[in-house]
Design a protein around this ligand. Structure first.
Ligand SMILES: NC(=O)C1=CN([C@@H]2O[C@H](COP(=O)(O)OP(=O)(O)OC[C@H]3O[C@@H](n4cnc5c(N)ncnc54)[C@H](OP(=O)(O)O)[C@@H]3O)[C@@H](O)[C@H]2O)C=CC1
Ligand SMILES: Nc1nc(O)c(N)c(N[C@@H]2O[C@H](COP(=O)(O)O)[C@@H](O)[C@H]2O)n1
Length: 294
């Protein structure tokens, strides 16, 4: 069975029930294997999600104002960051707006041949926003800045925190001030780790965990033991338990692993977990696509 975009969005609705008016609603979303791998050893893109999970990702993309990624993901993958009819269907696509791509790029390394710029030029996607830590007046960056703007990008300088990374709170405030209400953060590993370590930044986490062990690659956490039983997947809750909402969408024939999948928490420290878990998929559909490289 393949989910429709409407079904996928219905499934995600509990994460968006609250009406946040004063701050940006931020969803962290990514796909990982059971051993926490999100990309190949040299950062090669790996197809981890199954078809239904991709429908969910693309439906989500079409229900947010912006998609944030780190500069390495842009350089490695040159993603499109659009919602596409292949996954959501023409009708859904026609009735939803495309998100604005947002790239975290401290040193303005954004390549001029990136697909995001080409797609913006041909109106297949919105012009990207680049957040950087450099100053437009700095001679070292002014030419690149101008070329990127000429190619359609909007560039904003934000603060750099003590780890040398862009301050994500400031990024979110900036996007909110530009009229955005909801964004999703799609990765990669470094950005995911920053987000998971920044309690208070995230409102929701949507993770696809494919029931496979990749064994070697870019990981977002210490690999669990390969002897792990199905139910030990709940170890992920150590991380997710700190979040306001979290959702684990298992994407294949792993009913026995269908532990409660949405956790909602109000007020950090209150020890109150509200369990509203649901399993996303009911049938197997993914095994033929697991771990194939693009
Ligand atoms: N399976 C999945 O769902 C996904 C997988 N991926 C994979 O992830 C891989 C890339 O991951 P990775 O190499 O870790 O790179 P990222 O895409 O996470 O980019 C990291 C870079 O972003 C910049 N950056 C700026 N601000 C921040 C911040 N606050 N926190 C973290 N980084 C920041 C830094 O570079 P600088 O200092 O130059 O600004 C940093 O080195 C790709 O191979 C891609 O295929 C990506 C997305 C989703
Ligand atoms: N949801 C999801 N599942 C996977 O298996 C993935 N490998 C990814 N990767 C992310 O999607 C980006 C590609 O986007 P486009 O299809 O080009 O729009 C890639 O850069 C990762 O961010 N996601």
């Amino acid at each position: 069975m393949t989910r429709t975009a409407e079904q996928a969005w219905d499934f995600l609705q509990p994460l968006y029930a609250e009406n946040l008016t004063d701050r940006l609603h931020v969803t962290l979303t990514y796909a990982q294997s059971m051993d926490g791998i999100i990309a190949g050893p040299q950062g090669q893109q790996i197809l981890i999600s199954g078809k239904d999970s991709m429908v969910m990702t693309h439906a989500l993309r079409l229900n947010v104002d912006g998609i944030i990624i780190g500069i390495n993901t842009l350089i490695n993958d040159s993603p499109r960051l659009t919602g596409r009819a292949d996954y959501v269907g023409e009708d859904y696509l026609a009735t939803h707006k495309q998100p604005t791509p947002v790239v975290l790029d401290t040193k303005l390394r954004f390549p001029l041949d990136a697909l995001l710029l080409k797609n913006a030029a041909t109106k297949q996607g919105k012009p990207p926003i680049i957040f950087t830590g450099v100053d437009q007046r700095d001679d070292k960056y002014s030419a690149q800045w101008r070329q990127l703007e000429d190619a359609g990008a909007h560039i904003y300088t934000v603060g750099v925190d003590t780890s040398g990374h862009l301050n994500l709170e400031e990024v979110c405030q900036n996007l909110k001030s530009r009229g955005m209400e909801r964004v999703m953060i799609e990765g990669g590993a470094s950005v995911i780790k920053t987000c998971l370590a920044s309690f208070g930044l995230l409102d929701a986490v949507v993770v696809t965990i494919a029931p496979t062990w990749i064994g070697n690659g870019i990981t977002i956490q210490n690999p669990l033991s390969k002897e792990v039983s199905c139910f030990e997947i709940s170890k992920y809750e150590d991380i997710f338990g700190k979040l306001t909402h979290s959702l684990v969408a298992l994407n294949a024939n792993v009913q026995q692993r269908a532990i409660p999948t949405i956790r909602s928490r109000r007020g950090y420290g209150s020890q109150h977990f509200e369990l509203v878990g649901r399993q996303y998929d009911e049938t197997s559909y993914i095994s033929s696509t697991l771990c194939q490289e693009f």
